[in-house]
Design a protein around this ligand. Structure first.
Ligand SMILES: *[C@@H]1O[C@H](CO)[C@@H](O)[C@H](O)[C@H]1NC(C)=O
Ligand SMILES: *[C@@H]1O[C@H](CO)[C@@H](O)[C@H](O)[C@H]1NC(C)=O
Ligand SMILES: *[C@@H]1O[C@H](CO)[C@@H](O)[C@H](O)[C@H]1NC(C)=O
Ligand SMILES: *[C@@H]1O[C@H](CO)[C@@H](O)[C@H](O)[C@H]1NC(C)=O
Ligand SMILES: *[C@@H]1O[C@H](CO)[C@@H](O)[C@H](O)[C@H]1NC(C)=O
Length: 274
């Protein structure tokens, strides 16, 4: 943080410091920023120090750490790239993965995780994390895998805008306490292979837009309270392997074209009124 500020001051001091010149510089900066691709922009704004701050904030929001994973290994005498569960890129030393599955961690998920802009893999499955899924996850443009399976997360997922995370291949948030409608703006996730949101309290039906998730192989929405019918659009998912819709108060009839998808291995629809 300090370093970044220092550098900024230094580069500005090369220019005469009249306010008009400064505002022109500001304008130029803004224009340059506007024309830069978003990935370059985040490289400029976020340094490796930001990663460390984000990880420390993540640690501070964990109130119970029975195996002392964070308490013991996340300390100042070790670089954060060597903290347990943290992986960094070889070249740029930025955090690319946070993997702490089944560590008994209790606490909330820090919004700072949205600053770990190089992150591809996020695995916190099988802990006791509660509170909301932070909307800041939508800032992780490189994210490929989001796994929050089996925690105690509540709140809505509909407000988390993942439409910029176009590299996402899997979203696993099953076995939590999420409610509200299923997220509808996932159509831009053309690489999404696995969407598992089963065993929550989602309502409001299955969005027809799920039919646009052209790479989807696994759709798990079982044990929610979705209601409504299964939209015909689901049978447009030509790569679908597994479809889990059990126990959802679903009504109507299942489109016969669903059974014509050659890749389908499992369709599970028990405990509905289909
Ligand atoms: C961040 O990067 C700078 C420049 O490469 C380096 O001097 C500094 O030690 C790094 N800090 C951390 C915490 O990795
Ligand atoms: C810091 O963490 C390392 C493992 O990452 C551990 O070996 C060391 O004992 C820890 N030091 C302190 C002071 O807790
Ligand atoms: C995440 O952790 C769980 C539990 O250890 C594991 O089954 C899963 O394969 C891991 N990786 C991903 C990418 O979800
Ligand atoms: C990181 O994220 C948090 C919360 O989203 C924000 O308040 C903070 O200013 C961000 N930036 C840095 C450099 O830590
Ligand atoms: C979601 O994010 C995309 C891309 O950043 C943006 O175009 C869209 O307006 C956002 N949607 C909402 C509802 O915020």
């Amino acid at each position: 943080m300090m370093k970044t500020k220092h550098e900024t001051t230094k580069s500005l001091s090369y220019f005469p410091s009249s306010s008009s010149t400064l505002s022109i510089i500001n304008l130029l900066c803004c224009l340059t920023f506007l024309t830069l691709p978003t990935s370059t922009l985040s490289t400029i704004l976020h340094s490796n120090e930001t990663d460390r701050i984000a990880l420390l904030d993540f640690k501070h929001r964990i109130s119970h750490d029975p195996r002392e994973v964070l308490l013991n290994s996340w300390n100042d005498s070790v670089h954060h790239c060597r903290w347990q569960g943290v992986s960094c890129g070889r070249r740029h030393q930025r955090v690319v993965a946070l993997r702490l599955p089944e560590k008994g961690l209790v606490g909330t998920i820090s919004p700072h995780i949205g600053n770990l802009t190089f992150r591809r893999d996020f695995n916190l499955s099988g802990n006791g994390l509660y509170g909301q899924v932070p909307s800041e996850i939508g800032k992780l443009l490189r994210l490929r895998s989001l796994n929050l399976f089996a925690n105690a997360l509540t709140g809505e997922l509909a407000g988390v805008n993942l439409s910029s995370c176009v590299r996402l291949e899997q979203i696993v948030i099953s076995r939590n306490g999420l409610h509200g409608r299923l997220p509808v703006r996932l159509s831009s996730l053309k690489k999404l292979r696995s969407l598992r949101l089963g065993r929550n309290h989602f309502t409001g039906g299955i969005p027809p837009s799920f039919g646009n998730l052209s790479s989807l192989q696994f759709l798990g929405l079982d044990e929610n309270h979705l209601g409504g019918s299964v939209p015909n659009e689901i049978s447009e998912l030509w790569g679908l392997n597994i479809l889990l819709l059990d126990a959802n108060n679903l009504t109507g009839t299942l489109s016969s074209s669903l059974f014509n998808i050659t890749s389908v291995r499992v369709i599970s629809i028990t405990d509905n009124s289909l």
